[in-house]
Design a protein around this ligand. Sequence first.
Ligand code: FAD
Length: 503
Amino acid sequence: MTDNRIKKIVIVGGGTAGWMTAAAIAKVLGANYCDVDLVESEEISTVGVGEATIPQIQLFNRLLDLDEDEFMRKTQGTFKLGIQFVNWTRIGHKYLHAFGDVGKDMDAIQFYHYWLKMSQMSDIDDLESYTISGAASRQNKFIRPFDAGNSPLSGIAYAFHFDAGLYARFLREYAESRGVKRTEGKVVDVRLNNDNGFIEAVTLESGQVIEADFFIDCSGFRGLLIEGALKTGYEDWTHWLPCDRAWAVPCESVEPLTPYTQSIARPAGWQWRIPLQHRIGNGHVFSSKFMSEDEARSILLNNLDGKALAEPKLLRFVTGKRKKIWNKNCLSIGLSSGFMEPLESTSIHLIQSSIARLMSFFPNKNFDQEDIDEFNRQADFEVEKIRDFLILHYHVTERDDSEFWNYCRTMSIPDALTQKIEQFKKNGRIYRNSSEMFNDLSWLEVMHGQGIRPRAYHPLVDRMSVDAISQRLVGIKRVIDQSVDYMPTHAQFIAENCKAGRR
Ligand code: FAD
C-alpha cells in the first residue's frame, strides 16, 4: 500500500488564527504524526483586535488542556456573561444578550411563554431579571459555575475577553513547545502544480522555499494562498451588513470592571467596549457609505471611558466569505476565509470550529473531493446562519434617525431570516435549524431585545393558573437574586483567582 499520509503542513500567518490552528494541530496530532511549520512575518502586523469570545471557547481550552487561571493571567483576561446592546432598538434602550438559561422552563414549556402571558396582563420585571447572567451583569458580579444543585449558580455560562496579542503569544509558546516550527519571513511567491493547480511550495523573501502537502492559509484579510494564489473568489454580503471599516483604540481602565462586552449603536454603525484587566479595548465599526472616516474616528475618541493609550488604527474589510473555504490542498482559516463584524464575537469561534471540522475531515494526500465539498457545505451553513443573526440586529429596529438606520430597517433580508422573524411574531416559537450555532435562547433574547413581541404565547401555558405562574415567577426571581447576592464582584473574583502581573 502506498503511504498517502500528509507528511508536512505549512501554516502561513501567525495571528490568532495561525497560532490557534498550530496549537490544536500540535495537541491533536502529537509531535510525530507530521511536520508542522508556521511562517509569519514580523514586518506584516496582525489585525491586533479580536478580544471578545463566546462560551464555546471553553471547549477549545479544554482540547488544549489549558489551566484557565494561567490562561487568564497571561492574556490579561476577564470574564464575559453576555453582550449589552445599547441604542439598537431605539436611542436610550438597552438589553443584554446573556449567555445561559432564561428563567426556568415549566412543565416542558419554555419560560418565555409564561413571562409573555404575565407581561401582557400586568407590569412585571423585565426578562433579563430572570437570567442569572443578566442579573449578575447588572451588579458587575461573577463566579464560575459550581455544583450547587438546582441553583442557577450551577449553570452559569461564560466566555472571556483577552488581549489578542498576548493570546497569540500564549498559544505560540504552547505550539512551539509541542514541536511546531516557526519560520520568520515574508512569503513572496507561491508555486502551483502545473497539472492540478495544487500548491506545492511557498517562497520567502530570503529565497527559502518551503514545500508541503497541505497548506493552511491564516494570512489574514489578504488571503495570500486561498485568493492570491488560487483565485478562489469571494461572496460579498455588504448589502446586508453595510459596515466596512473600524477604528480601534485601547484606553485606560475605569471602575467597575464590567463582566460583559458592550455594543453601542452609533449613527452609521456601532462601538465596542471590551474590558480587560490592564485596559479597555474599544472600536467603532461603521459604514463608509454613510459616514466619513474622520467623523467615525472622532465619535470613537469622544466616547471613551478612559484616556486613549494609542493612536486609533483603521481597519478596512468587506463582509462576506470565500467561495470555497477549502480549495484543493489549501484550507483558509480566520480572516483569510471571510469576515463578519464582531457584533456577536463570532470570528474566533469560527476559527475554532474550522479547526474542529478539519480534525473530522483530516485529509490524506489524495484530498478526497467529496470530503472537501462536505467541509465547505458545513462551513457555509454555519457562517450563513451567523450572518442572518447579525442582520437581525440591524434590521429589526425602530431607529429612523439616520440614513444608515433607514437603510438597514428597510433593506430586504434573506428569506430564512424573514421566516424566523415572522414565526416568532406569530406565536413566540423559534425553530433551530439542526446544527446552527446560535440556539433558540440567543435568538429569543435578541428578537425580544430588539423589540419584537409575539402576538400569542404557547397555548399550554393556560394549563397553569395565573396565580400559580405568578408565584413561580416570584420564586425564580428570588432564587436568582439570592444567587447574585452570593457572588463576588467580577474584580474580586479576578483578584482572588487569576490576577495578571503588573505590566
Ligand atoms: P491576522 O491577525 O491579520 O494575521 C495574519 C498573519 O499573517 C500575520 O501574522 C502576518 O504576519 C501574516 N502574514 C500576512 N501576509 C504574510 C506574508 N506575505 N508572509 C508571511 N506572513 C504573512 N473576533 C472575535 O472573535 N471577537 C472580536 O471581538 C473580534 N473583534 C474584531 C474587530 C475587528 C475590527 C476585526 C477586523 C476583527 C475582529 N475579530 C474579532 C476577528 C479577529 O480579530 C480575527 O478573527 C482573528 O484575529 C484572526 O485573525 P487572523 O489570524 O486570521 O489574521
